[in-house]
Design a protein around this ligand. Structure first.
Ligand code: ADP
Length: 414
């Protein structure tokens, strides 16, 4: 049966089960049957057009009506409602259809609902932070308390998101198994890939939130090992090859003094830091622009410089962007998606980058004439990292000396 017919057939069971389920708990105040009905219409429209943004307006309405109250984030978020909707969808599809039809309907709806969770989280995050900022203005609470509120919020939100995320990941795995068993065909596998892409993106947001909490509480533990900056840059260049080609951007990575020398650092964390800065340069540069990575060797330090021809940053925001949610506040500066032009995330990337660089004993700063989407003055991010001849902790230093002795590694400074 074609998917839109399956969707129409399931409508009344879906609407009545969702309404009953939500009336029991979370959504009583908000979700009436008519709204559930409209929500389902929008799901159908989203499936038919392949455009999950159809749900955004109704999600905005739900979010608005809940965040205007004085509830805390974990009481006002609509994520648990969407989680219930996913559960009901799974149940109703399982009861109403068998085999391929159930798989088809889940494969069509789940990516849309995953997108809805991602969208709702971003909008709620923005609204919640604006609310905190407003409260701060009103009562002039101290900056430390504001920072604490942000940290608490991140910890709670990461926790809230973990449950639905794990749920969707589980369903996606089940769907993949069933599709493989039924010889589900490439059509289903494409849909399942859509769900997996959505969950990967959400997982990244949750991981970022956890990283921020770790950095905030000074718990970032670095595992020092030999690192070559040029190798990290090469991996990042390969990772973005497709995006860069699609968006007609130039991503030039120059070899510079210091980039090919071994230094000690946490390879994974440094990769994460460099990737954040380069992916931002890609995000905030319009199609056709260019990003150049260069650098130099200074006494005891290596400096990595990422220059883009993007929209630039106002001088007054040069330090704010390294704070938690430093990119929030102006929704117009964001589109959805990770590497699309202005595809903003929750505004945690640079704070994590700064945390990583500083934990290595380095520093990061930005230069830019200003923010101008027409003239595109560009931005220049500088990352200064100490060059370490030996790992800073004794255990690693011993291991390193042993590897040099056995000839496994070469000490570049001797
Ligand atoms: P986000 O997830 O919003 O990209 P980040 O912490 O990575 O969060 O960046 C914070 C903000 O800094 C961004 O929202 C953006 O406004 C600004 N920004 C970062 N890098 C650039 C850049 N290369 N060009 C212009 N603006 C940038």
């Amino acid at each position: 049966m074609p998917v839109n017919e399956v969707l129409r057939e399931m409508r009344s069971a879906w609407v009545s089960t969702v309404s009953k389920r939500l009336a029991k708990g979370e959504g009583t105040r908000l979700l009436f049957r008519t709204q559930i009905d409209s929500f389902y219409n929008l799901i159908i429209q989203a499936v038919e057009t392949g455009e999950p943004d159809w749900l955004n307006t109704i999600l905005d309405e739900w979010i608005q009506s809940r965040t205007q109250t004085d509830l805390e984030y974990h009481e006002s978020t609509i994520v648990p409602i969407l989680e219930q909707i996913i559960l009901v969808t799974y149940e109703v599809a399982g009861v109403s259809f068998d085999g391929n039809d159930a798989l088809q309907v889940l494969g069509a709806i789940l990516p849309i609902l995953t997108h809805a969770i991602g969208y709702a989280t971003q909008v709620e995050t923005r609204l919640y932070i604006q609310q905190i900022l407003r409260k701060q203005e009103e009562s002039r609470i101290s900056l430390e308390r504001l920072d604490r509120s942000k940290s608490d919020f991140i910890a709670i939100a990461a926790h809230e998101l973990k449950t639905p995320l794990t749920l969707i990941e589980g369903y996606a795995a089940m769907l993949r198994d069933r599709a493989n068993e039924n010889n589900g065909g490439s059509q289903h596998l494409v849909l399942i890939k859509g769900i997996e892409n959505g969950t990967r993106r959400l997982r990244q947001i949750v991981d970022d939130m956890i990283d921020v909490s770790v950095i905030d509480n000074q718990l970032l533990a670095l595992s020092y090992q030999p690192v070559w900056i040029n190798r990290l840059l090469e991996i990042i260049q390969n990772e973005y090859r497709e995006t860069v080609a699609e968006r007609h951007l130039g991503l030039v990575i120059n070899s510079f003094p210091g980039s090919q020398e071994m230094t000690f650092g946490d390879e994974e964390r440094l990769y994460q830091a460099l990737r954040n800065v380069i992916s931002n340069a890609i995000k905030y540069t319009p199609d056709g622009g260019s990003i150049t990575v260069d650098g130099r060797l200074l006494p005891g330090f290596v400096e990595i410089i990422v220059t883009d021809t993007g929209i630039g940053i106002d001088p007054e925001d040069h330090s704010r962007i390294f704070e938690k949610f430093g990119g929030l506040g102006e929704a117009s500066r964001h589109s959805s998606g990770k590497t699309k032009f202005k595809g903003g995330g929750p505004g945690l990337g640079l704070q994590i980058t700064k945390g990583i660089v500083e934990a290595h004993g380095g520093t990061i700063w930005v230069e830019s004439e200003g923010y101008d989407e027409v003239k595109c003055p560009g931005s220049k991010f500088h990352i200064l990292l100490p060059v370490r001849k030996h790992p800073p902790d004794e255990k690693m230093a011993k291991l390193f000396r042993a590897s040099v002795q056995t000839g496994e590694l070469k000490d570049p400074y001797e």
